[in-house]
Design a protein around this ligand. Structure first.
Ligand code: ZN
Length: 290
């Protein structure tokens, strides 16, 4: 797992500030999968698109919030700070080597920056390359502490509940992608009561209605964004959970070799597992190993 920048975002409803972590890349090593697409993976944290603002408690789409500031985690200069603190070292550059050195203090615009600058300048000249990583890490941690101190009134995002998701569905005219995102989150939240339960409870009316609408949405063109599994698998899974095993297998069989993308082998294994569950008339939401 590679962390991306931690971003400071402003709520587009109340302006309140929240720090939010991002991931440059993730993997599913050691993961537990369920056939509804829920994944419990230590190296793939659940990144939420729709969250509750910690200030106003309203549901907000994270990509619609304004980015105010940001930093990368330790051992890397922030993408802001890197450009601020370091410039090309002219002497080394003339010798054909591309080295960086701290820029002049005049380039810095506030006290927080200058404290980190002083540390850099005192500790990171080009002839002091020993312990470079450690110096950079310490200097950078000063930068991050000061950056966070600049924004004292931040609140963490909270997870949306079934009620929040239903409200968002009812109140807004949503794009198809957003509707699919919400309905998939709902499907997985409804499934949580029956997840890994050998004797599941019957579906509620709202759960059933959500399944039917989700099948319609997933059958539209171009709705697969942000999903880790093919639409056909998700539609088949809904049929399977509804106990409509014949339709589930028919849908799975629509997924063909021609449609394969990355991870084809893994998807083929998953398809065969789903077909086997259907053959056994098993509608339970039990984890399937990768
Ligand atoms: Zn807010």
């Amino acid at each position: 797992m590679t962390p991306g920048p931690t971003l400071l975002k402003a709520c587009n409803k109340c302006g309140g500030l929240s720090w939010t972590g991002t991931f440059a890349s993730t993997n599913t090593f050691g993961a537990k999968f369920w056939p509804d697409g829920k994944i419990d993976a230590p190296m793939q944290p659940d990144e939420h698109w729709l969250v509750l603002c910690g200030h106003c408690n309203q549901p907000i789409w994270v990509d619609e919030t304004e980015e105010i500031d940001g930093y990368w985690s330790y051992k890397r200069l922030s993408y802001v700070g890197y450009r601020r603190y370091m410039g090309v070292d002219k002497e080394w550059n003339e010798r054909g080597q591309n080295r960086l050195r701290p820029r002049s203090i005049d380039d810095f615009d506030n006290n927080y920056d200058s404290e980190a600058y002083e540390y850099f300048n005192g500790n990171m000249s080009c002839d002091q390359e020993a312990n470079y990583d450690e110096k950079r890490r310490i200097a950078y941690s000063i930068y991050v502490v000061n950056l966070k101190a600049k924004y004292p009134n931040t609140q963490e995002y909270k997870s949306t509940t079934v009620a929040d998701l239903q409200d968002t569905l009812n109140q807004n005219s949503l794009s198809l992608k957003k509707e699919v995102y919400i309905r998939l989150r709902l499907m997985r939240l409804y499934n949580d009561v029956n997840r890994d339960n050998p004797e599941p409870q019957p579906a509620f009316e709202t759960q059933y209605a959500n399944w039917i609408q989700l099948i319609k949405c997933l059958s539209e063109e171009g709705t697969s964004a942000r999903q880790r599994i093919p639409n056909d698998f998700l539609v088949a899974e809904i049929y399977r959970e509804m106990g409509r095993f014949t339709e589930a297998v028919e849908t799975l069989n629509k997924w063909t070799f021609e449609k394969r993308g990355e991870g084809y082998e893994r998807e083929l294994i998953r398809k065969n597992r789903l077909v086997k569950l259907c053959d056994n008339q098993d509608a339970r939401v039990m984890a399937i190993a990768e």
